[in-house]
Design a protein around this ligand. Structure first.
Ligand code: SAM
Length: 292
């Protein structure tokens, strides 16, 4: 069966016939742009051998597109009031399973084990924007094997994912994304592609997960603690930010010695360091006995 939702007339008719109005508190903005939907599935590289986890199927729009290409779609939705409409819109696709619950509390590793024999899955979603970062961090850092993530996010978040040192958008999210994955902007999406329209521009991002991170560190926890501490106090010099960083067992003397050993200027700020430089700093501190 060909996907039909996404066509604005059908979407509006389905919303009307089921008496659905979008719930703001669940970040509901339904897609009504077939071009955006096709580009999303294309960028996700989905084929008949794939099991896809979709976050927030809503009324089943992206789900129809995913299910038309994938072997299986497991869609996790928090809003149980969508049960009837999803039963209706997905009745033509027998390879979809809806799991009701909060994605942040869902055991994704168990789903991958039970539904895909532990083999890596792909994730695709038009994300609820109020929890974009925790969802992305769960997918990147969690123990569920995920090979690629293709998601609609606010454009501002897409900019942060791709930013490099010394730019205003560069931060802990940039470094976490770039440590685990290769980010690529698939396309920018105007508010008119959704109903109701969000107040911001959006972007479809594809994050292809690395098999091995681009830098190797002795202590991954320490690396991310250093990154967080540096960006929590963005305007501070690196050596001060990491020695006063909450929960970091690093003295001022240790931070100065490690920074000097890495060849950093004494007044450098964390926002100027590349991922490889943070990794070098992390290993220098590990070499000095610092542990998380
Ligand atoms: N996929 C649909 C589309 O593209 O038209 C809807 C996308 S809408 C932006 C986000 C969806 O995520 C909504 O269906 C919302 O109910 C769901 N959602 C919000 N918070 C969630 C959570 N914590 N866990 C699972 N789904 C959630």
């Amino acid at each position: 069966m060909e996907p039909y939702l996404g066509n604005p007339a059908y979407t509006i008719a389905v919303l009307k016939s089921h008496g659905i109005s979008a719930r703001k508190r669940f970040g509901q903005n339904f897609l009504i742009d077939p071009g955006v939907l096709s580009d999303t599935v294309e960028a996700a590289g989905i084929g008949p051998d794939d099991t896809v986890i979709e976050i927030g199927p809503g009324i089943g729009t992206l789900t129809q597109y995913l299910a038309s290409r994938a072997g299986k779609v497991i869609a996790v939705e928090i809003d149980r009031s969508l049960e009837d409409v999803l039963a209706d819109t997905l009745s033509g696709w027998k390879n979809v399973r809806i799991l009701w619950g909060d994605i942040l509390k869902t055991d994704l590793a168990a789903i991958v084990r039970d539904e895909n024999e532990g083999r890596p899955v792909k994730v695709a979603a038009n994300l609820p924007y109020y929890i974009t970062t925790p969802i992305i961090m769960k997918l990147l850092e969690g123990d569920a094997p995920v090979s690629g993530i293709t998601v609609m996010v606010q454009k501002e978040v897409a900019d942060r994912m791709q930013a490099g040192p010394g730019t205003k958008d560069y931060g802990a999210l940039s470094l976490a994304v770039q440590y685990y994955a290769m980010p690529e902007c698939v396309r920018i999406v105007h508010p008119s592609s959704f109903v109701p329209q969000p107040g911001v521009d959006s972007a479809v991002m594809h994050l292809e997960k690395y098999e091995e991170p681009p830098v190797r560190v002795l202590d991954e926890k320490l690396l991310f603690a250093l990154i967080r501490a540096s960006f929590n106090q963005r305007r501070k010099k690196l050596v001060n930010g990491i020695s006063s960083g909450a929960g970091l067992p690093v003295s001022k003397e240790q931070s100065e010695t490690a920074a000097a050993a890495c060849g950093f200027r004494a007044d450098v700020r964390g926002e100027m360091l590349t991922l490889a430089e943070f990794a070098a700093l992390s290993d220098a501190l590990t070499g000095m006995g610092v542990k998380m």
